[in-house]
Design a protein around this ligand. Structure first.
Ligand SMILES: O=C(O)c1cc(=O)[nH]c(=O)n1[C@@H]1O[C@H](COP(=O)(O)O)[C@@H](O)[C@H]1O
Length: 270
């Protein structure tokens, strides 16, 4: 199924706008898992199995696996999600962006090697760097627009011809790059005003919104400023606040409870 169809189905089927970020940090794992040979897979797959009926997507972050020399674990994890929880889309958070000939290899990496349904990309090299991804109409192309970190303002808020740069990015993607309807944008939860500005520029294009939970973004402001007229259109990501909600033998139950709480809080404001 196409990414956008899977996302729509998961939004509706699970009545959830929650995206769980899969960012393994072994130092934070429960003690009983730490010494196990396959701890990373056991941890992240257990979190997935405990939350799959509560989410609209999963977002594994590639550096968290690569830094551990665990790319093979990432491949197995994505295959596990597809087999055990078919229909839940997987966003590979890789934030790629390079000249077109190299971008083609990143396309192969994301969609053939890892089997992701969507990938995060940095748009600042321009359209030709993104075109090989845009051409994959079945896959989601999720482009950084206004990121969640404090330094987002350094460049993304710069005035360019009377408007901040991020608004040019939003308009360009919505009006020119989204010809196959497979684009989404990243806007951080920590910048709710900018989130509202982006929503006003892009119609119903989906937004991936990281920055609630550990980064302190406000869920109500995100939903009110980012939802579509139908009360949807958002993939609200939380990683650490769900993954490490507990660190005992009941860590999956703690993650499940944190996900339920987030889903229900979001749904209050839709
Ligand atoms: O593209 C992203 O996912 C992303 C964009 C952004 O602007 N801010 C941001 O935090 N992220 C990612 O979202 C996740 C946030 O993790 P938590 O702060 O633990 O919920 C991390 O994997 C980040 O790499």
């Amino acid at each position: 199924m196409h990414f956008m169809q899977s996302l729509q189905a998961a939004w509706a089927g699970n009545n959830s706008l929650v995206c769980v970020g899969l960012d393994p940090e072994p130092a934070k794992f429960p003690a009983h898992l730490k010494d196990r040979a396959d701890a990373v897979f056991e941890f992240v797959s257990a979190i997935v199995d405990a939350t799959a009926d509560l989410v609209c997507a999963y977002k594994p972050q590639i550096a968290h696996f690569a830094a551990l020399r665990a790319e093979d674990t990432l491949e197995r994890l994505i295959a596990h999600i597809h087999v055990k929880h078919p229909g839940i889309p997987v966003i590979l958070d890789a934030k790629r962006g390079d000249i077109g000939s190299t971008a083609q290899h990143y396309v192969t990496e994301a969609f053939e090697r890892y089997g992701a349904d969507a990938v995060t990309l940095n748009p600042y090299l321009g359209r030709d760097s993104i075109q090989p991804f845009l051409d994959r109409a079945d896959k989601g192309v999720i482009l950084l627009c206004h990121t969640s970190n404090p330094g987002a303002a350094d460049l993304q808020d710069l005035d360019v011809g009377g408007k901040p740069l991020y608004q040019h990015v939003a308009r360009l993607i919505a009006q020119e790059w989204n010809t196959h309807g497979n684009c989404a944008l990243v806007t951080g939860a920590t910048w709710p005003e900018q989130l509202a500005q982006v929503r006003a520029l892009i119609g119903d294009i989906p937004l991936l919104v990281p920055g609630i939970g550990a980064q302190g973004g406000d869920v109500e402001a995100v939903v009110r400023n980012g939802r579509t007229a139908a009360g949807s259109g958002l993939m609200i990501n939380s990683s650490r606040a769900i993954l490490y909600a507990g660190n005992g033998t009941d860590f999956t139950q703690a993650a499940r409870n944190a996900t339920i709480e987030l889903r229900d809080t979001i749904n209050l404001f839709r």
